[in-house]
Design a protein. Sequence first.
Length: 232
Amino acid sequence: YDADDVIFLFLLFHYLRENLAKRGRLDWLSDDFDGLCDPGRYQNQPALAWRRVKAARKLRGGQLAILQALAEWREQVAQQEDMPRGWLIKDDVLADIARQRPTNLAELGRVRGLNERTVRRRGDTILAIINQSGNKQPQALPDYVKSPKPSVEQEAIVDLLNAVVHLRAAQQQLNPAQLASHKELQRLVLGEHDLQILSGWRRKLIGEELQAVLAGDRQLGIKDGELIISAQ
């Protein structure tokens, strides 16, 4: 499967690059690749790996300390062995281990969803982590900040912006999702600025126009059955 990806993507490369060059969009590719090539995008600090486990907020005391230690260990192993962390132990299983606090291999083996091979190969290490961390003070849970929910009026504005996105996407022969998702438009309406749509080629193609609509500097109308956008 991986080999087929390499073979066919290599064959497509020249065709896609030539197509982008003809459309004057090679700089779009550079913008997106610059972000993808940033090493910081992929750095995961093992000591903070537990924050990605949703069940962490349901644990307290020793259970949370165990989860934090196990998540750090799992992240280190995943990075060292170049494997997805979920292949080692899934998040929900990791949380169950922290809740049940098994004390021997037999108890560990009864944790639902834990692979028998993992128990055989890494069981002693897992038990040692449980024993060493169970009485420690856990790291404090980060403050929970609930994302604001758009009002009915704001959601109507999101729909208006979505119409602009669809119009420009059709004109550029693009999938609207390549320009902006519904969630990102919501964030824009709520006043956020650290958005993909406000950087790089997307900003020039659609982001600045959406900001102008929000500022009241553009108006939408219908002419001959088509949506038009004009300056105030």
